[in-house]
Every structure is written in C-alpha cells, then in structure tokens.
Write a protein that binds this ligand. Structure first.
Ligand code: 2P0
Length: 334
C-alpha cells in the first residue's frame, strides 16, 4: 500500500471568477486574482491510499462516503493518469480518498477549491506527476487552480480552445506583503441555496452585466490590482477589491431570475466598513464576499486590534454573527 497526505489552503478572490465560456473544460470568462490563506487556519486535508487489494475507488468527504462516479473527479483522475510517470504500478491500483475541511463546507468559503486542489496535489504526488498541475485542479473546480500555489495568484483565463493555457501562477510570494491580514466573519455556515456552478451558469445565460464585466472591466482591474499588490498600495488594492465584490453580487441580481448570496448581516458589515473607512478618510479595511453571506476582510496587521474590537462591539456574542474570527496571515505551505 502507498499513502500520501497533503493539505491545501483556501484562497479568497479579490477579482472574482464568475461565468464559464466552456463548461466541460471549466474555462472562465475572465482572469481572476486571489490571496491564499494560511494553511493552518483554513484548509483541506486529504489522504490518498493506493493498494492492489482495493476492489474499487472510494472517497469520504468529512467522514461521509460520497460517490466516486463524479464526472469532475473522474476527469481529474484521467488527466493525472495520463501525466503519471511511465512504469509506475500505482496507477493501476484503486485508491481510497479521505478528505476533511477545518471550516464550513459549501458556505461560500471556497471549500471545493481547497478540496480539489488537495485531491489533485495528493494524487499527483502518488503518481509522481511533474510540471504544472493547476490545469488539472481547474477541471475539478475552477477556483481550485488558485489553491495550488501560495501567496498572490492569478488564474489566466487563457485563449486556446483546449484550455491548456488556462492555468494559475503566483505573481507575489507569501513573504511579499507580510503586514497583510485576512479576517473571516462567518455570518452563516449553512449550505448555500445555489451552488456556484449553477449560479454562474444562470448568470452567463441571462446577465448582460456579466458580459460587460468580462469584455470591458476585468482586464484593467487585474492589471491595476496586481500593480497595487506589487507596490503594497493598500488604498488602490482595497478599492478594487470592494468594487469587484460588489460587481459580482450585482451580477447575481442582474441574473434572471435573480438570486442573492448576501444577507442583512452582510449588508451591515459593508456599511460598517465604509463608515470606518470614511472616518479615517482612506480605506483601512476592504471587504469581499464570495457565493455566500460570510465576509472576508483584508487589512493591515496594525489595524487588526481596533477592527476586531469594533466588530465585537457591533456584533456582540449573543447575536453571534462572528463565529470564526482570526487574524490570518496570507501564507501557504504544502
Ligand atoms: C471566485 N467563486 O473567484 C468566485 C467568486 C465564487 C464567487 O470561484 O463551477 O466553486 O466548480 O468552477 O470554483 C466559486 O466557483 O465553481 C468561485 P466551479 P467554483 O472565487
């Protein structure tokens, strides 16, 4: 028997991926940019065992057995086997996979990203796959390609029909902006009503705002936010991050029929952050929300104590909108 265990971090997009131009290959309508969390705080952990005695492939997610006959899982397996080192017997053995997250699954906290990144990374180790594997992780879940590298990552939409240039690359390392912190505010850890896959399919089919975003907005934003991150220009970074989150949620409302991931607590957080930034006359905190009501706040280390105190004052524990609350340095380990 051969066993490999890996951990992969959650990533949080500051320029959002929303909409595909090819559903089978999971090719996005636009580039996206993300920060990778510290793997000690929010991560998936996956153990893959391969044995010639296993009669079939099996997978358990957070202790519950799930079907291995999942087209995305099978797609990743097929590619990993094609890329495996020749003469490696392990690829002919069945595998058992156990994966668990240390944060709410499917509550808009990028659980599928960390999960697929970890699965692909672990099986790639088992099969001694060399070279880029972000394109394989992408076929499990689009955003998973951004959880293979640490630090600050760009997922290039690519332009080739076969998707071979739709990969993720790191453009700034973990140690580049050491003062950066992320606070995660868990407003609600229920499973979301509309999965990202279904939501973005509906938006792609019905939202003219999404088309405008992909054609005329994102390219410039990507260039500007990369420059801001490289220059540690928090003001520009914060403004682009908040605008891009807002545009993504506006597209959800522009979808027909519309849907909304934010709730009233999310909206209160948005108003609070703008009031706080207005008080200082400059952005001190940037919010961003994925496909759920939970907030991610980006801020600099020196401002963490005051912002934590403010959040705890506005949302006292009896209301408890904040269940998971930690200063998270942007960081990554394999
Ligand atoms: C992102 N999200 O950039 C955006 C922002 C959610 C909102 O990537 O269909 O779970 O598996 O490719 O990767 C969630 O999308 O969707 C996502 P699929 P995925 O992080």
């Amino acid at each position: 028997m051969t066993i490999v265990t890996c951990v992969a971090p959650v990533n949080m997009a500051v320029i959002k991926y929303w909409g595909k131009r090819n559903e089978d290959l999971i090719l996005p309508l636009n580039d996206s940019i993300s920060a990778t969390f510290n793997v000690e705080y929010m991560r998936a952990k996956t153990t893959v065992m391969a044995s010639p005695t296993f009669k079939e492939n099996k997978i358990w997610l957070n202790g519950k057995e799930e079907s291995f006959e999942n087209p995305r899982l099978l797609h990743c397996m097929k590619e990993l086997k094609q890329r495996a080192q020749k003469g490696n017997d392990v690829i002919n053995w069945n595998i058992h996979v156990c994966s668990e997250n240390n944060f709410p699954t499917a509550a808009g906290l990028a659980s599928s990203a960390a999960g697929y990144a970890c699965f692909v990374y672990a099986v790639a180790q088992l099969y001694a796959v060399e070279g880029d594997i972000t394109g394989i992780a992408r076929k499990g879940s689009g955003s998973a390609c951004r959880s293979i590298s640490g630090g600050w990552v760009q997922w290039h939409m690519g332009h080739l029909n076969d998707g071979s240039d739709s990969i993720a690359t790191q453009f700034a390392s973990v140690s580049h902006w050491t003062e950066m912190r992320i606070l995660t505010l868990v407003v609600n850890d229920n499973r979301k009503k509309y999965s990202s896959t279904v939501g973005m399919r509906r938006s792609t089919a019905t939202s003219s705002f999404l088309k405008h975003r992909a054609d005329s907005v994102v390219t410039e934003r990507v260039l500007n936010i990369i420059k801001a991150i490289k220059e540690k220009d928090f003001k520009t970074f914060a403004e682009i991050t908040m605008r891009d989150s807002n545009q993504f949620h506006a597209i959800c409302l522009d979808t027909f029929p519309p849907f909304m991931y934010l709730n009233s607590v999310s909206m209160t957080i948005i108003e609070l952050i703008h009031a706080y930034n207005d008080f200082y006359g400059t952005p001190k905190v940037a919010y961003t929300f994925d496909a759920g009501p939970n907030a991610c706040l980006f801020l600099l280390e020196a401002d963490v104590p005051e912002v934590v105190a403010l959040i705890q004052h506005i949302f006292p524990s009896d209301v408890a909108p904040v269940e998971y609350f930690k200063g998270i340095p942007v960081h990554h380990q394999n």
